[in-house]
Design a protein around this ligand. Structure first.
Ligand code: GLU
Length: 263
């Protein structure tokens, strides 16, 4: 199989349980699968959410705070914990991770974008696994702003995938993919396996469904898919509670929803 550069995004709802405590079983499996994909000669970037939820849990806050600075404080605590666990889990499988936290400005400003791109290249060329999140403690574009720039880590992952010139973006979520109706309201809906074009009709469908926790939903995934496919990358949505879905996707199996690149 041809070696690929892939970006995998994993959401808060996959990484944490209801309380915000880390789901070690999934995280360890994710580290194992990504290490294996990496050891097969592919290059891997992980975009991970979860900082705020993990921070809220670790700080023993009764509920997710509404106040921006408290969310940012929680992100500071949670990001630390997240990276600690990733470092440990990937380390168990003989791999080295590097943390990249970024804001919309880092992508928008040419010089910053170039530096960022060079850092990704240097990490990937040297066999490291970059782990990315929005720098929530200095930017609240994602967590609060009215006029969201990244929208959430779904869009961030598509932007990172383009920056790294990835072949494929895999978004792991608590929903299997895009359905032809809202699976929470109707039981007769069917999963859409392949999407060749993101139409207004699909966007309407997506507006009615979403994942349970985290800031994103299906609409942000569709926006990310539109961006990725228009920039020459395939994108997949699949269930994150079984990280082995990543193997299946790379082997060409029909898992979740596959958005086909436009050129
Ligand atoms: N950057 C946020 C975090 O790490 C993302 C929140 C989310 O989309 O779940 O907490």
């Amino acid at each position: 199989m041809e070696k690929q550069r892939i970006v995998v995004k994993v959401g808060t709802s996959t990484l944490t349980g209801e309380s915000g405590a880390l789901n070690f079983r999934t995280i360890d499996k994710l580290a194992q699968v990504l290490s294996s994909v990496h050891n097969d000669g592919n290059q891997v970037v992980l975009v991970s959410s979860g900082a705020i939820a993990v921070g809220v849990n670790k700080m023993r806050l009764p509920i997710k705070p509404q106040n921006v600075s408290m969310k940012q404080a929680a992100a500071a605590v949670g990001q630390c914990e997240l990276m600690h666990i990733y470092d440990k889990c990937f380390g168990e499988y003989g791999n080295i991770v590097g943390q990249i936290l970024l804001t919309a400005e880092d992508i928008a400003v040419k010089e910053k974008r170039r530096n960022l791109k060079n850092t990704f290249e240097a990490l990937l060329e040297n066999g490291m696994i970059p782990i990315v999140n929005e720098n929530d403690s200095v930017s609240h574009a994602e967590i609060e702003s009215e006029k969201k720039i990244f929208g959430d880590n779904d869009m961030l992952s598509a932007i990172v995938a383009k920056l790294c010139e990835a072949d494929r973006l895999i978004v792991l979520s608590d929903i299997e993919g895009l359905y032809n109706g809202n699976p929470k309201e109707r039981s007769d809906v069917q999963l859409i396996h392949t999407v060749e074009e993101i139409t207004d009709e699909l966007k309407e469908l997506a507006a009615g469904s979403g994942s349970n926790r985290g800031t994103g939903g299906m609409i942000t995934k569709l926006e990310a898919a539109e961006y990725a496919t228009l920039h020459g990358m395939d994108m997949h949505i699949a269930l994150g509670n079984d990280p082995e879905n990543i193997y299946r996707i790379m082997e060409g199996e029909a898992v979740g929803t596959h958005f086909i690149k436009r050129y």
